[in-house]
Ligand binder design. Structure first.
Ligand SMILES: [Zn+2]
Length: 314
C-alpha cells in the first residue's frame, strides 16, 4: 500500500492524518494550534505530528509525500505563507515547505486550506465529475477556491479565490480587508451572529435565541419569525454573491461546506431560489449548488491528496 501524510493547519486546531489512495483516513491525530505562542512552536508542533504519523504507519509502509494545507494566503511557488491575519499571528512569511522538507525525506506540497478542500472534493467528494467549480467554506469566516478546467485558479502569487471578500453592498459594514459589505459580513458564522444582534436590538418582543449562528439556524428551522428575518437576509446576500461567482466563472457547480452549510436541505432550497432569481438563465441552468461531501475531514484529506496531484495540479 502507498500512503500520504496530510496536515491541516487552522486557527484553533492542527489535524494530521495518513490517507490511502482511496482517500480513507487510516490514522489521525489532532492538537490545538495555540496560535498565540507564535510560528516556531507551531512548526515544531507540525513536525512532531508528522513524526507521530510516520511512527504510526510503520517503517515498512511506503509514504509518498507530505501535503500541508494552511489558513492564510500561501505562495504556491515555494510553499511559504504570503499573508496570514489574526487567525495565525506572526505566521506571515513562514517558509513552511522549506522547513518541513529539510526535516523529512519526502516530497512536500503546501497550499491554502480551502484550495486543498477543493482538491479533496474533486478527487473523493461532490466534484468528482466536475472540471469547473467553485468551493465555498462557510465557517467563522468565508473561504473560497476556484477550479477551472481541472486546475486551481491561483492568481499571481496564490491569493486567488478570496471569495468571502466579494462585496454585496458597497455601503455595508466595514470588513478587515478594507472593503464594505463583504459576503463574509453576512453569511459566515460571525456575520450571521452580527445580523442576529441587530435584529435583537430592533425587536419589539423578547427574542428566544442567543445571537450565534447555530442557535439562529436552529430557531429558523423551527419557524421562529425573528430568526427567519436573519436568515432571509443571509440567503439574499449569499445568493447575490453566488450569482456573481456564476457570472464570473461559468461553473458547473458551487460546492458549499463549513458549519453554516449544516443548516441542511431548507437552506439549499432557499439559496437555489435566490440564486435563480439573480442569475442569467443560461448561466444558471449550467450550474448546480450542492453541499460539499467530505465535511470536517475535507481539509486534512485534501492536504494529503496534494501528494498525488503534484506537480500537474499547479
Ligand atoms: Zn472583506
Amino acid at each position: 500500500m502507498t500512503y500520504a501524510i496530510g496536515v491541516d493547519i487552522g486557527g484553533t486546531k492542527v489535524q494530521f492524518a495518513i490517507i490511502n489512495r482511496q482517500g480513507s483516513i487510516v490514522k489521525r491525530h489532532l492538537v490545538p494550534t495555540e496560535a498565540d505562542k507564535g510560528p516556531e512552536q507551531l512548526l515544531e508542533k507540525v513536525e512532531a505530528g508528522i513524526d507521530r504519523m510516520i511512527a504510526a504507519i510503520g517503517q515498512s509502509e511506503h509514504i509518498e509525500g507530505i501535503g500541508i494545507g494552511s489558513a492564510g494566503q500561501i505562495r504556491y511557488s515555494d510553499g511559504s505563507v504570503w499573508y496570514a491575519g489574526e487567525t495565525l499571528p506572526g505566521w506571515s512569511g513562514t517558509p513552511i515547505k522549506e522547513r518541513i522538507a529539510e526535516r523529512f525525506p519526502y516530497p512536500v506540497t503546501v497550499d491554502n486550506d480551502v484550495n486543498v478542500i477543493a482538491i479533496a472534493e474533486k478527487r473523493y467528494g461532490a466534484a468528482q465529475q466536475m472540471e469547473h467549480f467553485v468551493c465555498l467554506a462557510l465557517g467563522t469566516g468565508i473561504g473560497g477556491a476556484v477550479m477551472a478546467a481541472g486546475q486551481l485558479e491561483r492568481g499571481v502569487f496564490g491569493g486567488a479565490g478570496e471569495l468571502g471578500h466579494v462585496s454585496v453592498d458597497m455601503n455595508g459594514p466595514a470588513c478587515d480587508c478594507g472593503n464594505q459589505g463583504c459576503i463574509e459580513q453576512y453569511a459566515s458564522g460571525t456575520g450571521i451572529a452580527r445580523i442576529g444582534r441587530e435584529v435583537i436590538q430592533q425587536a419589539a418582543a423578547p427574542i428566544a435565541w442567543e445571537p450565534n449562528a447555530k442557535a439562529i439556524i436552529a430557531a429558523w428551522l423551527q419557524g421562529d419569525a425573528a430568526a427567519t428575518q436573519v436568515m432571509e437576509l443571509v440567503i439574499q446576500a449569499l445568493g447575490t454573491a453566488i450569482a456573481g461567482y456564476i457570472h464570473s466563472f461559468n461553473p458547473e457547480g458551487i460546492l458549499i461546506g463549513g458549519s453554516v452549510s449544516q443548516a441542511g436541505e431548507r437552506f439549499f432550497e432557499a439559496l437555489d431560489q435566490e440564486v435563480t432569481a439573480r442569475t442569467s438563465p443560461v448561466m444558471r441552468a449550467a450550474c448546480r449548488i450542492v453541499p460539499a461531501l467530505l465535511g470536517p475531514d475535507a481539509g486534512v484529506i485534501g492536504a494529503a491528496a496534494q501528494v498525488w496531484h503534484h506537480p500537474s495540479w499547479k
